[in-house]
Design a protein around this ligand. Structure first.
Ligand SMILES: Nc1ncnc2c1ncn2[C@@H]1O[C@H](COP(=O)(O)OP(=O)(O)OP(=O)(O)O)[C@@H](O)[C@H]1O
Ligand SMILES: [Mg+2]
Length: 326
């Protein structure tokens, strides 16, 4: 067994993110175990340390990674986070679930693919209406693969750096090589649109061309996710640059039902008239349903009960609908 001093040293090196020291102490623990006759434990510990060392380049710790700490220009371009989201938190059609699961499988077992000259799918375009789960999918990929999520707000980037946007994009693609992560280009239609923008003297085209070149050249170990609400305005030529183009939609009646059940799992919904609620929920997004459930749940809690009634849910849904159609 490890001594008290070794345990303290392990914790300290973890806090200080001193990976080399962490591994050195772990090896000491292994040696100590071997001396005490625990040969099998010693072997297991050494194997774990070896694995940790060999994956250090590709796996990211939960703590700050170099890029996440504000460093020069990159800190202005990327917002880093470490979501804990899981795919199981999402309500998806079977087809969507299969596609997202395939991304995870290929990434997790990429060594098997590489051994046969193949690569995991890494470049995705997610299209669909607001609140349908595009950003949440990027968070779930991040949570499942334990990779940091870096969000690039494209419209903000362009407005702020107009003439320099292509150079900024190069910086971001450089970062992808250095730090494996999920790189989420939100509002991709800001550059991917084929409609000419008034007063835009070809600058948008140039930005798009740079983006596509960088996307083609990218050989990093990161996942690149672009999202848009306006798939219809995107240049068709774009689609083939992505490994997957995934379409999101508002929930079907069945999926809306699942969403309600999940969101209100901690509440008593025995008396809810689901037919009436599902009629009222038609055409609303997943995000609207979540918000309506939260509103109804809060009302219940503040009235001192855990019972959610049809009336409370109905009025919360109507409120969401009025916000959507404003
Ligand atoms: N498929 C889903 N399953 C479960 N919850 C969902 C789903 N889609 C959306 N939600 C809920 O709605 C919230 C907002 O969703 P999200 O940010 O992923 O939407 P989006 O598609 O990225 O929208 P936008 O186009 O406006 O960026 C999520 O945080 C989650 O609570
Ligand atoms: Mg989003």
């Amino acid at each position: 067994m490890a001594t008290a001093e070794q345990i303290k040293a392990l914790i300290k090196s973890y806090i200080e993110e001193d990976d080399a020291r962490f591994c050195a102490v772990a090896m000491q623990v292994a040696a100590h175990a071997a001396r005490q006759g625990h040969g099998r434990l010693a072997d297991e510990l050494r194997t774990l340390v070896d694995e940790a060392k060999s994956s250090a380049g590709t796996k990211c710790r939960k703590g700050p990674v170099p890029i996440a700490t504000p460093r020069g220009e990159l800190s202005e371009l990327l917002a880093a986070s470490y979501p804990q989201a899981k795919l199981a938190d999402m309500v998806l059609t079977d087809a969507l679930l299969r596609r997202v699961t395939r991304i995870l499988r290929e990434y997790r077992q990429q060594h098997k693919l590489h051994a046969h000259g193949l690569s995991p799918r890494r470049k995705f375009l997610l299209m669909g209406p607001p609140g349908s789960g595009k950003t949440m999918t990027a968070s779930a990929l991040s949570g499942e693969l334990k990779l940091p999520l870096f969000v690039i707000q494209l419209d903000g980037l362009i407005t702020k750096f107009m003439g320099e946007t292509a150079a900024k994009l190069r910086l971001i693609f450089g970062a992808m090589e250095q730090t494996a992560g999920i790189y989420l280009f939100d509002e991709f239609d800001a550059i991917g649109s084929e409609r000419a923008i008034p007063n835009d003297v070809g600058e948008m085209r140039r930005i798009l061309t740079s983006f596509l070149q960088l996307l083609d050249q990218d050989r990093s170990n990161s996942l690149i996710v672009a999202t848009t609400n306006h798939g219809e305005v995107l240049d068709r030529a774009l689609f083939r640059r992505f490994d997957d183009v995934i379409e999101y939609q508002h929930p079907t009646r069945d999926l809306a039902q699942t969403m309600f059940k999940n969101s209100l799992a901690a509440f008593d919904t025995t008396d809810v008239d689901w037919k009436c609620i599902l009629d009222a929920a038609g055409g609303l997004s997943y995000a609207d349903l979540v918000r309506a459930c939260e509103d109804a749940a809060k009302e219940s809690i503040l009235s001192g009960t855990v019972v959610v009634t049809t009336g409370r849910l109905l009025s919360a849904l109507e409120e969401r609908r009025s916000v959507v159609h404003r």
